[in-house]
Design a protein around this ligand. Structure first.
Ligand code: C2E
Ligand code: CA
Ligand code: CA
Length: 615
């Protein structure tokens, strides 16, 4: 729809009269704001205008004038347009522009200010003439489309920008040179990393020559990132500067202080006559950092952790002292932050153990040194086996059978837990066949799935390929894992599993603070109450009340309830009484090899408990 001029009562007739006088091409009228000529709202346009720009009238009416500035328009022309509009000057220029669909074209654009005498309103008449070719730059003095005064103005801009860019580049290069030569960290004025390394070398040479021991303090702020994120980078900078000042205050001339990373500081201090010198400095740093840090009226806390190590003449590789201090720092952090820790040989041993574990685990995956063990899950109503939980064991070449406690954390950190889950899963078809051969119905095997495994579509394919009836599988998801990673792929996996008939169990329920809403979203078939809640139910009424309410929630959502950690007959009786559908725990059997479970099944014919009859 194209508005005719008479359609819009906003347009005074005398303005209309002026238009016919002044233009013959693509035309648009815009009502300018009172105080800024560059701010305008389009009110009308003619047919030629819609043809050139590709916008229909209804698409431009009411829009800001910026709709007339396409992305291909050079910045110089844009600046000129703004400048002229602001000064209510009539002008025209040749520029490149874009149609609605992005197509580029050359145009001559003219702007004419109009005044409505009656109201004082100011209008802009914009006229567009499409040019067939790029305007002749030579004739226009290399600047497309500009008249002399504009061209001078634009040349001025361009020169200014070029000058600034040159200046900027020069400063950058200068900064690089200065940084290379400088010993100082520019923010805090402390030694920088480069200078620290040079100094460390000379302290070590000195140690080897004269036997002068020294201490290395590795200081790391505990919540620096959050200060940056919540209070802004200026606050972060201020914090670093105040830490630097504090360190200066606590040290003496003989010490060297350096900032070697974002929020990492190192101090070298000669070992005086008293070891107290060392511990009191570490103490003081930690204490000072316990005070709140204020920035522009807001305050926050940012504690620091410190690791300390000593370089002595007996050390084979004195350079090691920095990583020793770093290791001590790591300990301070893992013991709760806001504290300091002295490097000990045990830390070294521990680090070596972890390193070995990492490489051993890689080999173990390669050699498939993991096997499943099976722990029976009992139907509380019948005492018969209702299934078994599959639990990973590592058949370690020298240390024997290891349970997940000794490798799970490291495997998770390494990102290979998913691989272990895959290996364990590959045993399930044979295990099921073995249990079936005992002539006992073992309805379902439930296996634990790590977050990585759930986020990997290969889980679905593995199940399909395994030939195992999906209705005989339960996938256990840790409540915490579910809460952390409910990404799209996990959603997809869960949906697909349900579709196939695989049951979902929410593991360790009660430990991860899943909301009822979260619970509804995942909608598991089974809730497993963590053993920490089951263990006290015999003696502790509060624990019983808690378990009762967990059971209530689960049941009201139509879920089956498993009690974990059933260690005694009393546990079994209480849990059953309170409404648990299934029971699992040492009382009925520890996790065992498939062979042992098979044997057990042939012996007891699948009946693990007659206590249910006691009730
Ligand atoms: P979970 O899934 O909660 O498994 C139950 C754990 O409780 C097992 O420890 C089991 O041996 C232990 N348990 C069973 N009954 C009792 C009892 O009556 N009393 C006590 N005190 N403990 C009992 P396990 O086998 O050491 O496994 C520890 C955790 O490692 C498992 O906890 C599970 O989260 C994880 N895990 C085990 N196997 C795998 C696996 O193949 N993949 C993944 N991703 N995680 C696994
Ligand atoms: Ca489990
Ligand atoms: Ca569990």
């Amino acid at each position: 729809m194209t508005l005719t001029m008479q359609d819009n009562p906003l347009i005074p007739s005398q303005i209309l009269d002026q238009i016919t006088d002044k233009t013959c091409e693509g035309l648009a009228l815009a009502l300018a704001s009172d105080d800024d000529g560059a701010v305008m709202y389009l009110q009308w346009c003619n047919k030629a205008f819609t043809k050139i720009t590709g916008y229909q009238a209804k698409e431009v009416i009411g829009k800001r004038g910026t709709i007339l500035i396409g992305s291909s328009m050079d910045q110089g022309s844009h600046l000129i347009i703004i400048e002229k509009l602001m000064n209510w000057e009539q002008f025209s220029l040749k520029t490149q522009n874009n149609r609605k669909n992005g197509e580029q074209y050359w145009q001559k654009m003219s702007w004419t200010p109009l005044l409505d005498m009656a109201t004082g309103n100011r209008w802009w008449l914009c006229s567009l003439i499409e040019l067939e070719n790029r305007p002749d730059l030579q004739a226009e003095g290399k600047v497309p489309g500009l008249q002399r005064a504009d061209r001078d103005l634009l040349t001025g801009y361009v020169e200014k920008i070029e000058r600034l860019e040159k200046e900027n580049k020069r400063l950058h290069e200068l900064a690089k040179v200065v940084a290379k030569e400088s010993k100082e960290d520019s923010l805090t004025g402390l030694s920088n990393r480069r200078h620290f390394e040079v100094e460390l070398k000379s302290w070590i040479q000195d140690l080897q020559k004269t036997g002068r021991d020294f201490a290395v303090f590795y200081v790391d702020l505990d919540r620096f990132k959050s200060v940056n994120d919540t209070l802004g980078h200026d606050a972060g900078d201020r914090l670093l500067i105040s830490v630097a000042n504090m360190l200066r205050r606590l040290t003496s001339e003989a010490d060297l202080i350096a900032r070697i990373g974002g929020d990492e500081f190192v101090i070298l201090r000669p070992l005086g006559s008293s070891a107290l010198d060392i511990s009191s400095l570490a103490d003081a740093i930690v204490q000072e950092m316990h005070a709140p840090f204020a920035f522009e009226g807001k305050s926050t806390f940012c504690s620091a952790s410190v690791g300390v190590a000593i370089a002595n003449a007996q050390m084979e590789i004195p350079e090691q002292v920095v990583s020793d201090a770093d290791m001590a720092l790591y300990h301070a952090k893992s013991n709760g932050r806001g504290r300091w820790s002295f490097f000990t040989e045990e830390m070294h041993a521990e680090a070596i153990t972890t390193k070995r574990l990492v490489s051993d685990l890689l080999i173990a995956c390669e050699k498939r040194e993991f096997i499943p063990h099976f722990q029976p899950v009992i139907d509380a109503a019948t005492g018969k086996i209702a299934g078994a939980e599959v639990l990973a064991r590592w058949v370690h070449p020298t240390m024997g059978l290891l349970s997940p406690a000794s490798f799970l954390e490291t495997a998770t950190a390494m990102g290979i837990l998913k691989r272990i889950d895959e290996i364990i899963f590959s045993y399930l078809p044979d295990a099921l066949a073995l249990f079936d051969s005992a002539g006992v119905d073992v309805p379902r095997l439930s296996t634990n799935a790590s977050a990585g495994r759930l986020a990997d579509p290969s889980l679905i394919h593995d199940i399909r390929r395994s030939g195992v009836d999906p209705k005989r599988l339960i996938i256990e998801i840790l409540e915490s894992v579910y809460l952390e990673r409910i990404g799209d792929v996990v959603h997809w996996t869960l949906g697909e599993l349900k579709e196939m008939g695989v049951a979902i169990a929410l593991d360790d329920f009660g430990t991860g603070h899943a909301s009822v809403q979260g619970l509804l979203k995942i909608n598991p078939t089974v809730l497993k109450i963590d053993r920490q809640f089951i263990l006290p139910i015999v003696d502790d009424a509060t624990a019983r009340a808690l378990v009762t309410s967990i059971i209530g929630i689960g049941k009201s959502l139509g879920m089956k309830i498993v009690a974990e950690g059933v260690e005694t007959e009393d546990h079994a009786l209480f849990a059953t009484e309170m409404g648990c559908d299934f029971l699992q725990g040492f009382y009925f059997g520890r996790p065992m090899s498939s062979k042992d479970l098979h044997l057990k099944l042939t012996e007891n014919n699948g009946v693990f408990w007659s206590g249910h009859a006691l009730r």
